[in-house]
Write a protein that binds this ligand. Structure first.
Ligand code: GLN
Length: 473
């Protein structure tokens, strides 16, 4: 599969004139064209990308410092607002939408010299675990075309593993960066809630939405976080970032206290996944970590609570797509020879409708106490259990998902079965903690992901241990 050097090496070579940004952009666009059959990409941004690349090359000629991501092409999930093309969130209701401003994360990456070349496929509005809820097409797993890449950032994860660009961006509301990272064999980082500005990213569930990188290595993820994190007046939910660089990593494993989450190692794990995770834990032990089992009894409730809280917020966030200001059907516009606005009925897919209905129901008077309030109580219990665990442990560990990538179509006719895919990832979102999925061997020839979770704001420490683990493999 496609190869790119480390991000820092590419940037160094661009800055020193050994590589040209225009050639890197062309290489990325060529790879996208060559690997079209995987359907990872919704749209490309060739003109703007080439233009920005020549600006980078011009600066280099004049010996101007470009930035830590000089000339590096990247791919953004199509729920990031970007210039140079459409932003659709893979939903029909946003077909034809041209963003009037860019996401802060994109702006920060561009300031550092990176170049957005394309927009990746996702489950429409990031509702899903497989990209099968995309109104466009299903992305194929790079390791087996008959299987899903995971979701909702499935296009981004597949793009990185196929080598379409050196890194990609995803969003993680309930696992959407970590799950596809696990299924595709990528590194997927969900930073602490509030560390990266969400301005200009299509909102799913605002109390858990975060932005993060999908990369080949932990070091690359750290560099992208370093560039994207930090204050932004356009997002009022932000926290202070670490004063030290996120690339300054302590990879030492010896002496680190690691808790193996008992509830994550339950009977529901596929045997092949269990073998890889147990062997990963063994490696951490052999490297000198103090590993013990920890029980967090509320975790089995996290999925149910998430599938109440998140649809509640989805139903509110999707209210802005009123069928008047967004969305038009180009087909009908041609037929009618005029602009035609899509109604909510026409524009939303089945999953968005399902979530709007569940969300509206759990917030409605008479049901609010029974569902929404109860789910928020469970959420507090989960937060307390994480805080308690991190009083004794530096990191928590377990699988990212109970299974490897499943077959396309295997779970689509049963929404609950699809939701169960997220059983391990959602708790970190409910609590706002940083979590990362790193490749940990294979089962049935398909990648398995190890999930490491840290306390809030310990993103740098988390990246450190993840890199330490990567070095053991
Ligand atoms: N799969 C989860 C869901 O469908 C998470 C989605 C996400 O993180 N965007 O809600």
């Amino acid at each position: 599969m496609g190869q790119w050097p480390a991000l820092s090496e590419i940037a160094f070579k661009v800055q020193s004139g050994q590589l040209k940004a225009v050639d890197l952009v062309d290489k990325s666009l060529q790879a996208i064209a060559d690997k079209q059959d995987y359907q990872a990409i919704i749209s490309i941004i060739p003109d703007r990308a080439r233009q920005r690349a020549s600006q980078v090359d011009e600066k280099v000629k004049k010996a101007v410092q470009v930035g830590p991501l000089a000339g590096i092409p990247f791919i953004a999930k199509d729920n990031f607002l970007t210039f140079g093309g459409e932003t659709t969130a893979a939903s029909n209701i946003l077909r034809g939408f041209k963003a009037p401003y860019q996401a802060t994360a994109i702006e920060k990456l561009e300031e550092a010299g990176a170049i957005c070349v394309a927009k990746a496929n996702l489950d429409a509005f990031a509702h899903g675990s497989s990209t099968e809820n995309s109104d466009w097409f299903v992305t194929k797993n790079p390791h087996d075309k008959t299987r899903v890449p995971g979701g909702s950032s499935g296009g981004s994860a597949a793009a990185v593993i196929l080598g379409l660009a050196p890194f990609a961006l995803g969003t993680d509301t309930g696992g959407s960066i970590r799950l596809p990272a696990s299924f595709c064999g990528a590194v997927g980082l969900k930073p602490t809630y509030g560390l990266v500005s969400r301005s200009g990213v299509v909102a799913m569930a605002s109390s858990t939405d975060v932005i993060g990188p999908l990369t080949k290595t932990v070091e690359d993820a750290a560099l992208v976080l370093e560039v994207m994190s930090g204050q932004d007046q356009l997002d009022s939910t932000m926290i202070e970032r670490d004063n030290n660089s996120y690339t300054d990593l302590d990879t030492k494993i010896k002496g680190k206290k690691i808790g193996v989450v008992k509830e994550y190692m339950s009977d529901g794990l596929e045997p092949g996944v269990r073998i890889q995770i147990e062997s990963a834990i063994e490696k951490l032990k052999n490297a000198g970590a103090q590993v013990t089992e920890v029980s967090m009894p509320s975790l089995p409730l996290a999925l149910a609570a998430y599938y109440i809280v998140s649809p509640a917020e989805v139903s509110s966030n999707l209210a802005r797509y009123d069928g008047q200001r967004y969305g038009h059907s180009s087909k009908k516009a041609v037929d009618l020879d005029q602009s035609y606005e899509l109604s909510r009925e026409e524009g939303f897919g089945l999953e968005a409708k399902r979530r709007i209905m569940i969300g509206t129901h759990v917030l409605s008077s008479g049901y609010y106490d029974a569902y929404y309030k109860k789910a928020q109580t469970v959420r507090t219990m989960i937060i307390n259990e994480f805080n308690q665990a991190f009083a004794s442990y530096d990191f928590l560990v377990g699988p990212t998902a109970p299974m490897v990538a499943f077959k396309i179509g295997e779970r689509t006719d049963d929404p609950l079965k699809m939701y169960l895919t997220d059983i391990i990832t959602v708790a970190a979102n409910m609590a706002g903690n940083p979590a990362i999925s790193v490749p940990a061997g294979k089962s049935q020839g398909l990648p398995v992901g190890l999930q490491l979770i840290a306390s809030q704001r310990a993103d740098r420490a988390l990246l450190g241990i993840a890199k330490g683990f990567e070095e053991l493999a």
